[in-house]
Design a protein around this ligand. Sequence first.
Ligand code: HEC
Length: 245
Amino acid sequence: MLAILLAGLTFGAPAGATPPDHDHAPPQHWSFEGALGNFDLAAVQRGYLVYEQVCASCHGLKHVHFSDLAGMGLEPEAVQALAAGYEIRAGRDLSGAPKYRHGLPDDAFPTPVRPVGVKEGVMVPDLARQALIYPGGPDRIYALLTGYSAPPAGVPVPPGLFYNRFAAGRVIAMKPPLHGGDVHYEDGTAASVEQEARDVTIFLAWVGQPHLAERHRTGVRVLIYLLFLIVLLFILKRRIWSHVH
Ligand code: HEC
């Protein structure tokens, strides 16, 4: 009898002992979270720089137009100059080779056709909505960007993949994109890996929902309006009923 019980216990054990497929990303403090959260536009601009200088060679932002960047505090001329720095596909020439032109404010961010350093057949996700759809959200994007390390002893990493304890299955086909000093911040912020990761994550959260501040302001206005209405109705009710005794 005891033997059967023990057999049952040991039989059940392996299922419960399966390690999780990746480590849980430590929660970060983000200024854009919470009911009255707001974006730090200086951080959004720094994050854009990281995207432009590092991520854009592999990842597109297909739902984002250059003109949307006006929302992070850029003047129209700056948006135009920034757009002109990107190459946009513009049909083919007579020999069939693709033609390119400079970007215009109304264009969307292009998706790189042949990202350098990515093996054939590996899908590179678009980052326009990544902060919203990536399981674990901004916390995990930050953790992923700062989470590369040598694998623990005895853990094999297949060729072409990199060990990262926050990636699904703890390996990822993206080689470590940040090394520190990848950008030069105009505002003097030191460009450590953590700082770059934090800023680009904030930028990705911002492109996912650039109208957050506006929505919150509308929300507060609606609340004030409702409160006003309640007070008004209360006074009205007292007035009307004051004649009835
Ligand atoms: C050399 C090309 C390259 C660069 C540069 C690059 N990535 Fe990636 N990225 C990839 C590839 C390839 C994948 C798909 C990985 C996979 O499926 O294993 C990926 C996946 C991702 C993912 C999804 C991760 C997942 O678990 O699926 C995020 C988020 C991401 N990249 C963010 C960034 C950010 C932010 C930058 C800039 C700091 C960046 N990447 C720079 C190639 C790149």
